[in-house]
Design a protein around this ligand. Structure first.
Ligand code: ZN
Length: 386
């Protein structure tokens, strides 16, 4: 089965499924593979129709199943110095090199290779496969997919999102909110700032606010969750642009914001606080009747966190197949929180390591696939028991 998974992985990578491009050929390939193995699947297209997710149910359509979930998109390779062709799966020293091998086409390939095993296992509870698009650019496909699945399928006992966790169970990650802020000012000669409104000054104050809040979070242990590194909510501006001339009041400034909250906090509360401070700055002027800046805040990405669950049925299930939860958390955002918001108990578990992802010479070890497969086999036996 590992050889089969390797073959499928090579095919998946050969589609070059970067988030910016269509994933339809890849989804068609997955659909054909399942159909050749007598497994029906449902395609969930994007609104524009240029991308699609897919889900399939193996076994009876009853409650108490397992969802094996993966995203089919990968990040680009532009500007990275690869030793091999990132779009040709290359084996060397029991490692498989290629874009997406760890994050997370390796898991997707393994699940597809295991589909015939699930089909023949005499399942009394179902195994559902869920494949999404655009996870790397804000979990867009996952949102529509989870909605479609929640409407169509009886509730599972566990959703396993196969992100690269080194084959360990992960039950939490921070929520993620990405914003773009546009500040509009009023440009005049810099000798008369009282007649203008500086977009750069307002943007700078907002960026400093982010940094100040982060700093105060760091100093407030009541907001800490020690399972995370760092253990507090972070706020960060990665890109800041504004102004046209040293002698003109800037009429425009833009900046990005990245907020990652620990489970005891809420990204939207930070958004409210940030918007509140922006509104305060909008009232400021150097003259009573002078021009003021305006601030527009756009939400670019909004990914719910994965909250560690009390009495998690997903954790209990994984424990029953030999994988105890050790309270590990994940540094990045994933689709797991979307499943959890639908009321489905969710954990992360998959082969590979996140540290190898998104960079040159990404790889997965064949041994890691073998180890994951052993878990999938135990899952099949468990679901056959009823
Ligand atoms: Zn991923």
């Amino acid at each position: 089965m590992i050889a089969q998974a390797q073959e499928i992985l090579a095919r998946l990578i050969s589609f070059r499924p970067v988030s910016s491009d269509t994933n339809l050929p890849l989804i068609q390939f997955c659909r054909d593979w399942l159909s050749a193995n007598h497994i029906e699947s449902t395609v969930v297209p994007s609104a524009a129709g240029d991308k699609a997710s897919l889900y399939a149910t193996i076994g009876p359509k009853v409650p108490g199943g397992i969802v094996l979930s993966g995203h089919t998109d990968v990040v680009p390779v532009a500007g990275q110095a690869w030793a091999t062709d990132p779009w040709v799966l290359t084996e060397s020293d029991a490692r498989l090199f290629g874009r997406g091998t760890s994050d997370m086409l390796g898991f997707v390939a393994l699940v597809l290779a295991a589909a015939p095993m699930f089909r023949d296992a005499g399942l009394r509870r179902p195994v559902h496969i869920a494949l999404s698009y655009d996870e790397e650019v804000g979990c867009k496909g996952g949102r529509i997919l989870v909605e479609a699945m929640a409407n169509a399928l009886p509730a599972p006992v566990a959703v396993i999102v196969g992100e690269p966790t080194g084959n360990e169970l992960v039950n939490g990650h921070k929520a993620y909110l990405q914003l773009n802020t546009l500040v509009r000012g009023h440009s005049v000669h810099s000798s008369r700032p009282d007649l203008g409104a500086s977009a750069v000054a307002v943007a700078a104050r907002l960026v400093c606010w982010l940094d100040d809040v982060q700093y105060s979070n760091m100093h407030d242990p009541s907001l800490h969750d020690d399972r995370f590194d760092p253990p507090y909510t972070t706020l960060h501006c990665g890109v800041l642009k504004g102004g046209t001339s040293p002698t003109a009041i800037a009429d425009r400034a833009t900046f990005s914001t990245d907020i990652r909250t620990v489970p005891c906090e809420d990204t939207h509360v930070y958004l409210q606080r940030f918007s509140g401070f922006a509104a305060e700055l909008e009232t400021r002027s150097l003259r009573p009747d002078g021009p003021r800046c305006s601030v527009e805040i756009e939400v670019v990405t909004d990914i719910p966190g994965l909250h560690p669950e009390e009495n998690s049925t997903a954790e209990a299930f994984m424990q029953s197949v030999g994988l105890p939860c050790i309270g590990k958390t994940f540094p990045g955002g994933t689709e797991a929180g979307l499943f959890q918001q639908a009321g489905w108990s969710t954990i992360l578990f998959g082969p590979g390591e996140l540290i190898r992802a998104h960079k040159a010479d990404e790889y997965i070890e064949i041994a890691e696939l073998v180890e994951s497969l052993a878990t999938l086999q135990r899952i099949a036996s468990r679901m056959a028991e009823g």
